[in-house]
Design a protein around this ligand. Structure first.
Ligand code: NDP
Ligand code: MG
Length: 382
């Protein structure tokens, strides 16, 4: 039986690569649902090519164009955030790929878990915002959450077949376009420079997060929830070539790493095919092409966002949610040219200081914390 997949965020970087994977392995997978936000033209093309059961466009202004273009196809067409949150529970879906960006992925992912769907998780912000709630619900509903983020896929793969606990995990980071740069240099960098990632081609938000190392901070929190770790068990090491995707160190001192060329199609395929592996013709890694692999400690002075993320992780409760919300606002403002590189850290730090902290939050507390943090962060930017 083919696995039937819903892709939330099919028009994005992960979404389009996931469709490529499904197209290459059409004996194993088929598309059941596609969702997008604004890119209605691409969604129409994808729907015609992959013939899903249903499509959802989150921005309902795009509904007339979408429904007109698909009127002669047997594809159900829906619009709005409500529809997007509900579509994940339809009977015919086996796997939900959460590949929307930011906080917007939380509600559909929670609903997919409640409906018992296997989650392939790219949208790391979902675990940053509400990791406790998401992992608890997944456990209660016996739903596997399989990471797509390359570092976490690497750790997940290293843990397969192990019985004992990990002593620690080591998350690798490419260091982004500004690795080795001083604070003085970074004060004046532009959006164009920040968007030029050395090893990965990704959506704008995660590319800026990679330039500030906030992406690694989000991933540290993501790792805590996926693998049940304490802050002291999660280490970050800069590895500019992005070949070792991450490592696990076990109690006897042995370290396992998962390696390969930087290509998101691999972790996407693994999340879809798990627990099996499927033979692929993806380009193979050659050790002799990479005679040197380098490692260094992250520079928390030049990249304070990683430090802020560790602070949020240690504080727990609503703090990571507040940090995430203020980061989303800060990244948007940086992309609009309204604040500079360190303006982002300053907005995040001040918002984390200001918003009241709740130690044991429920879903409505996360919602309130997210909303308040956004409003306050916006007010700082002006
Ligand atoms: P993109 O910005 O490329 O794509 C985001 C997708 O989500 C698009 O389909 C977009 O629709 C949709 N979307 C955005 N906002 C909303 C909203 N409010 N409601 C509904 N849909 C929305 O992001 P990426 O693919 O790069 O990243 C997706 C997630 O995966 C992020 O959480 C990122 O951190 C994570 N990730 C990404 C990696 C990568 O290589 N790109 C690697 C590891 C993790 P539209 O375009 O139609 O507006
Ligand atoms: Mg990653």
């Amino acid at each position: 039986m083919k696995k039937r997949i819903a892709i939330l965020g099919s028009t994005g970087s992960i979404g389009t690569q996931a469709l490529d994977v499904i197209g290459r392995f059409s004996d194993a997978f088929e598309v059941e649902v596609l969702t997008a936000h604004n890119n209605v033209q691409l969604l129409i093309e994808q729907a015609i090519l992959y013939q899903p059961n249903a499509v959802v466009i989150a921005n309902d202004k795009n509904y007339p164009v979408l429904s007109e273009a698909l009127k002669n196809y047997p594809i159900k067409v829906y619009a709005g955030h409500r529809a997007l949150e509900q579509i994940v529970s339809i009977e015919s879906i086996d796997i939900v790929l959460a590949a929307m960006v930011g906080y917007s992925g939380l509600m559909p992912t929670l609903n997919a878990i409640k409906a018992g769907k296997t989650i392939a998780l790219a949208n790391k912000e979902t675990l940053v915002v509400a990791g406790e709630l998401v992992t608890r619900l997944a456990l209660e509903n016996k739903v596997p959450v399989i990471p797509v983020d390359s570092e976490h896929s690497a750790i997940f793969q290293c843990l397969v077949g192990e019985h004992g606990e990990a002593e620690k995990v080591i998350l690798t980071a490419s260091g982004g376009p500004f690795r080795g740069k001083s604070r003085r240099y970074l004060e004046n960098v532009t959006k164009t420079e920040a968007l030029r990632h050395p090893t990965w081609s990704m959506g704008a938000k995660i590319t800026i997060d990679s330039a500030t190392l906030m992406n690694k901070g989000l991933e540290v929190i993501e790792a805590k929830w996926l693998f049940g770790l304490q802050p002291g068990q999660i280490e970050v090491v800069i590895h500019p070539q992005s070949i070792l995707h991450s490592m696990v160190q076990f109690e006897d001192g042995s370290i396992k790493a998962q390696m390969g060329l930087p290509d998101m199609k691999l972790p996407i395929l693994y999340a879809f095919s798990y627990p099996e592996r499927i033979k692929s013709n993806f380009t193979r890694f050659s050790f002799t092409d990479y005679p040197e692999l380098n490692f260094e400690a992250p520079d928390l002075d030049s990249f304070p966002n990683l430090f802020l993320a560790y602070q949020a992780l240690k504080t727990g409760g609503t703090m990571p949610c507040v940090m995430n919300a203020s980061n989303e606002i800060a990244v948007e403002a940086f992309l609009d040219g309204r604040i500079g590189f360190y303006g982002m850290s300053s907005v995040i730090e001040k918002t984390m200081d200001r918003i009241a902290h709740i130690e044991v939050p429920d879903l409505s507390d996360y919602r309130d914390a997210d909303r308040e943090a956004r409003l306050f962060a916006e007010s700082l930017i002006g």
